[in-house]
Design a protein around this ligand. Structure first.
Ligand code: MYA
Ligand code: CJ4
Length: 409
């Protein structure tokens, strides 16, 4: 009728102005809605109260008839392979479709089989006939502190629908199903990041990249030769020493877990949103794990006190359509703490180690105190932004990336 056609006209106008973008699914969810932004009368904390467990939907949401739910046992080599292959071929790409994340199998096992994990939160969708895995979404339990409140949350990640099944509204079903399964464990909040804008980010972070192998990065189109720059001048610009400079800088070991936990908990207490890591979490997330996560610390040569800590995770990308290279080896800054060694010097040692390990690029978000070293260590701003979200939890203050102490994978 006239009214709906008028709405359609208004909608397409607004969309073209990217103003009131319609979010048919997200408008139904307990998340900060655009209309609420800036309304300081709304209290900080849960948006909706928990539902009595008896009232949580007991059976899975309906899928299109050709598809069925499957729970992915990431302990099984075969199923881990299937999840790896689905993501390798269908997960996040850059806007120009030149790169696609290629999370490794051991990385996915590390990211999903965390202390206290629920296998039921590792959710897949299979085609009934072929049994092919065509979609995935994951949740892991985490204790996240928001200001003074430590909240049990689910960290949601690796949402992926096969390229052939896009734009069929499958994502909202995946999200509702993981929400239902999280509710069944009496957890009512979640944290997630995305490169897309949804209702409503708690903060928006900028990616920064530090070239380690500038020739390869230019060859594959990740970066461009600077104006008035030659290739040899560019290689010299990014050259790093062969070895680290900080006395007492070494790999983290199991015996360091208690000290690193103390150091990290104290450091993270200054941020508005941060994980509430205990020793179990630190052992899982920060102990070196080959090709997955690397971590280092500074043990003072005088009194053997552990004064600083730094870490990065390994997330390669497939290079789509380049004759000479197929993999971009990228390191992502994870958690770093400096109490004695200047953060810039500590991070320069991390760059030196990453170069020694043959990484092509070192990525960092402008979270925590990262901004203080980015320019001096020759990071350049990336084109991607990462938006952080909380589900069913409103935070009062407008959060800047420097107030964020949470790095998701
Ligand atoms: C208490 C517990 C709560 C637990 C849950 C907490 C929430 C968790 C939320 C998930 C956190 C994920 C964290 C990560 O993994 S971020 C990485 C996401 N994955 C990728 O980008 C991989 C490549 N892309 C794909 O696989 C598909 O394009 C996906 C699956 C992303 C969308 O599939 P498709 O393209 O075929 O679209 P559709 O027709 O099915 O559905 C369209 C609807 O989906 C909304 N959409 C699009 N992209 C995203 C996105 N990244 N987060 C949330 N919502 C998203 C979109 O606004 C629209 O809703 P609305 O705008 O109309 O309202
Ligand atoms: C914190 N959890 C990271 C999840 C990855 N998420 C969801 C993501 N969302 C948007 C982005 F902007 C982004 N960036 C990494 C930066 C980068 O390296 N950009 C060039 C590039 C190389 N390879 C790829 C693969 C995909 C996208 C960009 N690529 C930008 N990451």
């Amino acid at each position: 009728n006239n009214a709906s056609s008028l709405e359609t006209i208004v909608q397409s106008f607004q969309d073209s102005m990217s103003l009131g973008k319609r979010h048919k699914f997200w408008e139904t969810q307990p998340v900060g809605q655009y209309k609420d932004v800036g309304d300081s009368s709304l209290p900080e904390g849960p948006i909706e109260p928990p539902t009595p467990l008896s009232e949580v939907k007991q059976e899975p949401y309906n899928l299109p008839s050709a598809y069925e739910w499957t729970t992915c046992d990431m302990d099984s080599e075969e199923i881990c392979d299937e999840v790896y292959a689905l993501l390798k071929n269908n997960y996040v790409e850059d806007d120009e479709n030149m790169f696609r994340f290629n999370y490794s199998k051991e990385f996915l096992s590390w990211a999903l089989r965390v202390p206290g994990y629920y296998q039921s939160w590792h959710i897949g969708v299979r085609a009934k006939t072929s049994k092919k895995l065509v979609a995935f979404i994951s949740g892991i339990p985490a204790r996240i502190r928001v200001n003074e409140e430590v909240v049990k949350m689910a960290e949601i990640n690796f949402l992926c629908v096969h390229k052939k099944l896009r734009s069929k509204r499958l994502a909202p079903v995946m999200i509702k199903e993981v929400t239902r399964r999280v509710h069944l464990e009496n957890i009512w909040q979640a944290a997630y990041t995305a490169g897309v804008v949804l209702p409503t980010p708690i903060t928006t972070c900028q990616y920064w990249h530090r070239s380690l192998n500038p020739k390869k990065l230019i060859d594959v189109g990740f970066s461009r030769l600077g104006a008035r720059m030659t290739m040899s001048r560019t290689i010299k610009l990014y050259k790093l020493p062969d070895s680290t400079v900080t006395p007492g800088f070494r790999k983290m070991e199991l015996r360091d877990v208690p000290a690193v936990t103390r150091l990290l908990r104290n450091y993270l207490s200054q941020f508005v949103v941060a994980p509430d890591f205990d020793e179990n979490d630190v052992e899982h997330w920060l102990l070196p794990n080959e090709n997955v996560v690397d971590s280092f610390l500074v043990e003072s040569p005088e009194n053997h006190e552990i004064t600083d800590f730094c870490s990065f995770y390994t997330l390669p990308s497939s290079i789509l359509g380049n004759q000479n290279y197929s993999i971009l080896k990228a390191a992502y800054s994870y958690y770093n703490v400096s109490t004695k060694t200047p953060l810039t010097q500590l991070m320069n040692d991390v760059l030196i180690v990453a170069k020694q390990k043959d990484f092509d690029v070192f990525n960092a978000l402008d979270v925590m105190h990262n901004e203080s070293f980015l320019k001096e260590l020759k990071f350049g701003p990336g084109d991607g932004q990462l938006h952080y979200y909380l589900y069913n939890y409103r935070i009062r203050s407008a959060l800047k990336p420097s107030g964020l102490g949470l790095v998701l994978l």
